[in-house]
Design a protein around this ligand. Structure first.
Ligand code: TEU
Length: 589
């Protein structure tokens, strides 16, 4: 069994600061607002709070474009506010985790402003500058290679700068120039930033696209994986995802910074799913990071580009979950357990059904799954009340705010502006996939604007109308639960149960049952003693299903489920009838 550590048992709660709680009635969430909710977080069972970026930023990509790593953006508050937040968390035995965004900075960061001044500026080599590949007869400079920008694949990943007639690499948007990690000065500067925050009392970092910091230095053209007629630029990920020096850089980070503190670290690593490669980072002896985010589950409906749809089925979901559960147990690595974050649609809309009649069942089903899987659990704000995607009638141009959505919508309008079928299809994709769905303001109460901001104040992003229909914290915390728990109450109870039986649910063994079933996902979790054996049965469909309990298993006690409170009335062997989206937890023999 894995060695126990506090960060393995921790429940991490991700806050998207602009949308969590506005304390000064300007329509934007802020640090003081977060501090006002620490008791709430404690009551849910949270141990660590992770904040998406609150540093000084022009907000081209909602703070993932940082112009000063040591200052808080005035719209979020001050450094003193963060000190106070840390103190209030600490009082309640909770910790703060910051987002470390160091693959790139803002193009307004002082380092970049200097870097672009001249080719011989001392900071020139802090970023990745290249001359144009060629200049056409008409005088148009061509980018150094054909890589596509990530948050808008119609554009080049390189941005031309007239100042010196060269291109800089900007994988995400032109406002986010990539740092040159080959330069030791850059690495030292990053280590300094990390020491700054750790010395201030921060417990660790979620590291933004940390697997993109090492690039293949020849910068070759990417092969055409998208239709070359419509795509001048192509995804270049194979040349910067888990690049040649990644592990060297992460070990240096560990040696020079992390090993001097007792930290929690999670690397965001899109685009990697090779176990050997992942274990180089998260293996218990790897000396790099505690864990990473593996994107297989959230990419289950992604074909080759993000803003597109792909059909998937429950068996695929089961395979992905089982593969990573088993891999980390057998090979002494560590999982992160999550299905939501600020870059993904709402889980109940995606993996279950957000229709009024079954939404709360689906949300609880997902809570049951997450709280019974091995690894460190991450909950995203609003997930605990089953918040769902914005409806199809929201106006894309004005009510969706994300730069990725807007880039995509502009592209579609440019290419297919007069084709209603194409526009409708794009709208459908946006309604299912846009990052905006996770970013609507948190729904605290029935009060107008859902208690996110003062009534009468215009929030930065539209509040979902369904806050008035029971999808809010206050109603769900206080609902009469003598018959059935609300989604929030279910989460609270499930987290408590997970912690009480951490040796089973956090650290224990995992075994899938009846993999062949097309709708039902079932597994057994066991602790170190044979008495600790739990069975999870989940119907991932909207139909009634009979599930046959394998003869090798016996039910000792029906512990809980998402339909009624207490012991569900189910047979002890043979056929187990499951209702739509029903989930059950049983003590097993
Ligand atoms: O995201 C990295 C990233 O690659 C995602 O946008 C990815 O395409 C998507 O999640 C796949 O499902 C991080 C941040 O989380 C995101 O908000 C930033 O926009 C991005 O880095 C740039 O900093």
């Amino acid at each position: 069994y894995a060695q126990p550590k506090w960060w393995k048992e921790a429940v991490v709660y991700q806050i998207y600061p602009s949308s969590f709680q506005d304390s000064n009635a300007d329509g934007w969430g802020d640090v003081k607002g977060i501090t006002s909710r620490v008791d709430y977080l404690k009551s849910l069972g949270v141990d660590v709070v992770w904040l998406s970026p609150i540093y000084k930023s022009p907000q081209a990509d909602m703070g993932y474009d940082i112009s000063d790593y040591r200052a808080i953006d005035p719209m979020y508050g001050t450094l003193e506010d963060v000190d106070e937040l840390i103190a209030q968390l600490k009082k309640r035995e909770m910790k703060l985790m910051m987002d470390l965004v160091v693959n790139h900075t803002s193009n307004q960061h002082a380092w970049f402003l200097e870097s672009r001044l001249s080719k011989d500026n001392p900071k020139r080599n802090w970023y990745i500058w290249k001359p144009p590949k060629s200049v056409s007869e008409a005088g148009v400079p061509e980018p150094p290679n054909n890589w596509a920008q990530i948050l808008g694949e119609a554009n080049s990943a390189w941005t031309y700068d007239h100042e010196t007639g060269e291109y800089y690499l900007s994988l995400f948007t032109p406002e986010q120039p990539d740092l040159n990690w080959e330069n030791p000065e850059v690495r030292e500067a990053v280590w300094d930033v990390m020491h700054f925050w750790l010395n201030r009392g921060v417990a660790g970092f979620r590291m933004d696209v940390i697997n993109m910091i090492s690039k293949v230095l020849t910068y070759p053209d990417a092969p055409a994986t998208l239709d070359p007629i419509s795509h001048k630029y192509q995804p270049g990920s194979q040349f910067f995802v888990n690049g040649p020096r990644l592990h060297e850089f992460l070990r240096e980070m560990n040696r020079k910074v992390l090993s001097h503190y007792d930290t929690i670290t999670v690397g965001e690593m899109p685009g990697v799913s090779d176990p050997d490669e992942i274990l180089r980072t998260v293996g218990s002896q790897a000396g790099e990071l505690n864990m990473i985010f593996i994107f297989d589950i959230v990419d289950i409906d992604k074909p080759n580009v993000r803003m597109a749809l792909k059909a998937w089925d429950v068996k695929e979901l089961k395979s992905i979950v089982s593969r990573w559960q088993r891999c980390m147990i057998e090979r002494d690595g560590w999982n992160s357990v999550f299905i939501e974050n600020h870059d993904n649609p709402r889980s109940v809309s995606r993996y279950a059904d957000d229709a009024d009649t079954v939404r709360d069942k689906g949300a609880k089903l997902l809570a049951l799954m997450l709280t019974t899987l091995g690894g460190t659990l991450f909950v995203y704000q609003g997930e605990e009340i089953g918040m769902r995607n914005a409806p199809i009638d929201w106006d894309v141009s004005t009510e969706y705010k994300d730069i990725e959505t807007q880039n995509y919508w502009k592209k579609v309008q440019r290419l297919h502006g007069d084709d209603q079928t194409q526009l409708d299809q794009a709208k459908k994709i946006i309604q299912m996939k846009a990052r905006d769905h996770a970013r609507t303001p948190m729904q605290w109460s029935r009060q107008e604007k859902a208690g996110f901001t003062e009534p009468g104040v215009q929030p930065w992003m539209r509040v979902m109308d369904d806050y008035a229909e029971g999808i809010n914290v206050e109603d769900q915390m206080h609902v009469d639960n003598s018959h059935e728990l609300s989604t929030w109450q279910f989460w609270q109870r499930a987290i408590r149960h997970r912690k009480k039986h951490a040796s089973v649910f956090v650290y224990g063994d995992y075994e899938e049952v009846a993999h062949e079933h097309p709708d039902v996902f079932a597994y057994i979790r066991t602790g170190s003693s044979p008495a600790e054996r739990w069975l999870v049965i989940m119907n991932f469909s909207g139909k009634n299903v009979d599930w046959i309990l394998p003869e090798t298993l016996g039910i000792e006690l029906w512990h809980s489920g998402n339909y009624v409170r207490g012991q569900p009335d189910k047979p002890q062997k043979g056929k187990i009838p499951l209702q739509a989206w029903e989930g059950l937890l049983a003590k097993s023999r």
